[in-house]
Design a protein around this ligand. Structure first.
Ligand code: ADP
Length: 441
């Protein structure tokens, strides 16, 4: 087709030039005739090009031509038709995607990199009370002023989600997740988690109530068992009484830990935190556990642990002193219970170091260590590495869950490193915002 158009174009020029040179020959001027023919063919070509130009700018009809110009008109028309079809198809797809996003129960909100809202769906309006006419173009933190959200959004670390009461409806709890979209946009997903939170609260209250109710009968049972420990009975019965006493002690510690954990879970950190001196709290925890020998249920004689402490003094921490105290005593108790090799005393080191990141506290032991496949699950409730080992020293299985919750209240995370046969290191960093030098207030 393209080749034929070229041939026709050339034929047209050659014909005009030939006719005009023949005409020139009658005047004995064939060269001038050919030149005039060439000029005429170029003028005609320019005329058609002008028609093409006007048509392409929608200022005139399509030029009718069998040469290159006509061929170009054909190609452009076909391409335009194809592009129109594609645009129509994409428009349809876009409409369906928009309808899909609109029909979602989750809110989807898009902002530019700086946080100015570019669009949002109906669910966002419902969950956050946004209005299409006034709120588009506003900065997200002008509309969602909840301090925890503002801090989360500004920090720019969106690996975790955040939950808070909707500023629009107080009985609604929303979960927000921000995702970086391309280089210059952020997609914010808003979910209604009110029902999930209600069920979670019911669970927490149930555990707290049951644990509380179990306390009284347990106290009575262990009181009677203590009384019976002095009774004059045969050795078989005495062994049974002693075992019942040990198990009721275990149940008491389980109930206490459950109560402690549910209190930590239901307490959303922030309220009631205060500055406290870290070194004295740490020293108090160590003093309380110095001389502590875990009860061996198998009768094994456990030697007293050796505790060394390298503490940085003069540091104050913003938080809940009882919670940090419970973190330290739980980690230390575990190091005493599990951080020893059979028949040997546990060798424990407590390191406290401050840096630009904050205050790092590490408790290291030289026990049997923990296999890597257990590490990620240790802070789950009731997770135990080896039932048979733990049954020799007792334990509720809640200690590390308590530690995790208490640390979350201090924006810290428990890090567990361990090598089988060499020992374990449990550490955490209290961030710099929560640390100050004593006397610098
Ligand atoms: P428990 O009350 O049973 O001690 P924790 O939640 O405190 O429960 O600990 C969970 C499990 O983690 C323990 O049962 C034990 O298997 C393991 N563990 C904790 N600390 C250590 C440690 N220092 N060395 C080895 N294992 C440990």
């Amino acid at each position: 087709m393209q080749q034929i158009a070229w041939q026709r174009e050339l034929l047209r020029i050659v014909t005009i030039v030939a006719i005009s040179s023949a005409a020139g020959m009658t005047f004995d001027k064939p060269f001038w005739g050919a030149l005039i023919g060439l000029v005429v063919s170029q003028v005609l070509m320019l005329k058609r090009l002008n028609e093409l130009f006007l048509w392409s700018n929608k200022q005139g009809p399509a030029p009718i031509d069998s040469g290159l110009v006509g061929y170009s008109v054909d190609v452009i028309t076909r391409r335009e038709r194809f592009l129109n079809k594609t645009i129509k198809k994409h428009k349809k797809q876009l409409k369906r995607i928009t309808q899909g996003i609109e029909s979602l129960n989750d809110g989807i909100l898009i902002t530019n990199q700086a946080g100015f809202i570019t669009s949002f769906n109906r669910a966002s309006s419902h969950l956050l009370g946004l209005r299409v006419d006034t709120d588009k173009g506003q900065h997200i933190t002008n509309l969602l002023r909840t301090p925890s959200f503002v801090k989360y959004f500004k920090k720019g670390d969106y690996r975790e989600v955040i939950e808070f009461k909707s500023p629009y409806r107080n009985n609604l709890i929303v979960q927000i997740q921000v995702t970086q979209f391309g280089v210059d946009q952020k997609v914010i997903i808003i979910r209604d988690v009110t029902e999930r939170q209600r069920v979670e609260q019911m669970r927490q209250h149930f555990i707290a109530d049951v644990s509380h109710e179990l306390r009284t009968p347990l106290t009575v049972i262990s009181g009677y068992l203590e009384m019976l420990a002095d009774a004059d009975v045969n050795p078989g019965v005495m062994r049974a009484i002693r075992q019942m006493g040990e198990q009721s002690d275990r149940m008491k510690s389980l109930v206490n830990d459950l109560l402690h954990l549910s209190k930590l879970e239901s307490n959303n950190a922030g309220i009631g935190s205060d500055w406290f001196e870290f070194q004295s709290l740490c020293a108090m925890g160590i003093d309380q556990l110095r001389g502590y020998i875990p009860k061996s249920l198998t009768g094994e004689k456990i030697p007293e642990a050796n505790i060394e402490c390298e503490c940085t003094s003069n540091i104050e921490v913003l938080g809940f002193s009882e919670e940090i105290h419970s973190v330290l005593t739980n980690l230390l108790t575990n190091a005493i219970k599990y951080g020893r090799k059979e028949g040997k005393a546990a060798q424990i080191k407590i390191g406290v170091h401050s840096s630009s990141k904050g205050l790092e506290i590490a408790i290291t032991d030289q026990g049997d260590g923990i296999a890597p496949n257990h590490l990620s699950r240790l802070t789950e409730r009731f997770y135990r590495v080896d039932e048979s080992r733990e049954s020799t020293v007792g334990g509720s299985g809640l200690g590390l869950a308590i530690v995790r919750h208490a640390l979350e209240h201090h924006d810290a995370q428990l890090k567990i490193e361990s090598t089988v046969g060499k020992g374990s290191r449990f550490s955490f960093v209290i961030p710099a915002e929560r640390i100050r030098i004593k006397g610098s207030e």
